[in-house]
Design a protein around this ligand. Structure first.
Ligand code: UN1
Length: 520
């Protein structure tokens, strides 16, 4: 990766950059922490409120643009992202250390989202509904909610924002986007592509802000009635706070939170396939996806073979420089690395540690065979497999954002499903089996919003509903037509052309068993 000079970035409200404030923040490349990617001037809470005000002012005009034309702007976004795919992917890799192959996949996810929603501009269907009375028509329309505040994490710093912003804009909303400050540069790149595609000033506003300031600003904007929908992707703890805040303002946010995603491996599973799936979903993005594998729940008869093969594959996997062909690169930022070290403190004596010779940071003192690049330059951690995890262990019940995978065993499928549901999250899940009966039993019993069969817990396609239940979210779904329920509200219309007052439930035609119809 060639070092380039750091970008100086600040928020943009109604097309105008915010003057540098007193809150400087340096965003660094986690694979080479000496490489400063961006110097970001973080906004104050009042700036977030001002951005929502600008969005409010711009929204009505944008909603008046016919939906097929808004769809054309979405098509432009998709084409611009496609034309800049490699540059945007490299920007993601430099910002958060995701391997280039994954970063390219992430950018493709934006293109796929735009491809889906460009056509939705010519649909956004409402319905015609039969009336119980003559000379009366009933209809439904999808109306934009108004202003959406979108707060996103840095592990998918461009794809997940696009999951919110693209459908929100298509449906006629204005957006205030607060990206992760530690992924500021790729957020800036994506924002520029939106602007060049023809999104008018004020319809999309970019606000860089720290977590607490965002919270305070959001509270102010909600109090002033400037926000109609909050979209948040991040931890369950912060999601709960946002949910409380929105609830006080009678709003239902769209919350996409953590996961402790289980993978059940049955006695008849293709073990090589299951190991491949566990390796990718356990360690892809260094285990920092909300869909990352939490615990592999393996039938006791194949447990030892599965663990041995997974340990072997993990030990052999190349780790290191994310611009090379590696299983994973560094932790996405200092904050994530520190938090992950806390999770490593949950390892107990009864755990069998496999996959590495050490559990913490890869360094000259704790080297890893086959490491690609210089481990001391960045935030690199050993992959860890913890066999024998128990339901009472914190590593079993809590999300552990990082390269650690738990393994436990089960006897009956009912027991496996119970273990899979036990942590109370419910985002993604997987089962590896050749038996359709087990697939159906698992699907019906699992509390997760997403179920993979003979595929990993991560890697959802961009047009299926994405979202979770329990500690993973409040039931909202992103992607495909389902996300429209987040960014539109149904309006129903009664149109009476009878020329008289027809009263619903009172002046209706009744059915008489013998006489046919009669006026009620
Ligand atoms: C996330 O981690 O927040 O299914 C999103 C996946 C990706 C998206 C993950 N398509 O792993």
């Amino acid at each position: 990766m060639t070092a380039t000079a750091p970008l100086d970035l600040s928020s943009v409200i109604a097309g105008k950059p915010l003057p540098a404030a007193e809150r400087p923040y340096s965003s660094t490349n986690p694979a080479r922490t000496a490489d400063v990617v961006a110097r970001v001037s973080l906004a104050e809470p009042a700036d977030l409120v001002a951005a929502c005000r600008a969005a409010r002012a711009a929204q009505t005009g944008w909603a008046r643009v016919p939906a097929p034309i808004r769809g054309q702007v979405v098509a432009n976004i998709g084409e611009l992202v496609a034309a800049n795919k490699e540059a945007l992917a490299r920007s993601v890799t430099r910002d958060i250390g995701k391997p280039l192959a994954e970063a390219r996949g992430e950018v493709q996810e934006i293109i796929d989202t735009c491809e889906f929603f460009r056509g939705e501009g010519r649909r956004l269907y409402g319905q015609t509904v039969p009336s119980e009375m003559p000379d009366k028509q009933l209809y439904t329309f999808r109306n934009p909610v108004g202003v959406a505040a979108v707060i996103t994490a840095g592990n998918f710093p461009v794809a997940v924002p696009a999951w919110y912003i693209v459908p929100a804009l298509l449906a006629g909303n204005a957006v205030v986007w607060k990206p992760a400050e530690y992924a500021a540069a790729c957020a800036w790149d994506l924002y520029q592509l939106f602007v060049r595609a023809g999104i008018p000033h004020g319809v999309l506003n970019l606000v860089y802000a720290g977590g607490e300031d965002t919270f305070t600003g959001l509270e102010g904007a909600l109090t002033e009635g400037l926000v109609d929908k909050v979209g948040f992707t991040g931890s369950s703890a912060v999601g709960a706070r946002i949910g409380e805040l929105c609830g006080r303002h009678l709003q239902t946010p769209c919350l996409e939170l953590g996961g402790k995603n289980p993978m059940v491996v049955t006695e008849d599973a293709d073990l090589d396939l299951a190991v491949e799936g566990a390796l990718f979903s356990g360690f892809g993005t260094a285990g920092q996806r909300c869909t990352s594998l939490g615990t592999a729940i393996v039938h006791e008869s194949v447990h030892d073979r599965f663990v041995d093969r997974l340990a072997e594959a993990t030990a052999a996997a190349p780790i290191g420089d994310p611009t090379a062909d590696v299983l994973y690169g560094p932790m996405i930022s200092e904050r994530f690395a520190e938090r992950y070290e806390g999770y490593l403190g949950w390892i107990r004596d009864h755990h069998r540690v496999l996959g590495s010779t050490a559990t913490g940071r890869v360094s000259a003192a704790a080297p890893r065979g086959g490491f690609v690049g210089d481990p001391d330059a960045g935030l690199f951690y050993h992959p860890v497999i913890l066999d024998n995890v128990r339901p009472t262990d914190r590593v079993f019940t809590e999300e552990t954002f990082g390269p650690v995978v738990g393994v436990t065993s089960y006897r009956t499928l009912d027991e496996a499903v119970e273990l899979a549901n036990l942590p109370g999250y419910g985002l993604s899940s997987a089962i590896y089996t050749r038996d359709p009966a087990k697939v159906y039993a698992f699907r019906a019993g699992i509390g997760a919003g997403m179920v993979s069969v003979n595929n990993s817990t991560s890697g959802a396609e961009a047009h299926l509903p994405f979202g979770g239940n329990g500690r993973s979210g409040n039931g909202g779904r992103l992607s495909g037509i389902w996300v429209l329920d987040q960014f539109t509200r149904w309006q129903s219309v009664n149109w009476d052309y009878s020329g008289r007052l027809q009263k619903a439930q009172m002046d209706v035609l009744a059915v008489d068993a013998d006489l046919g119809f009669r006026l009620g």
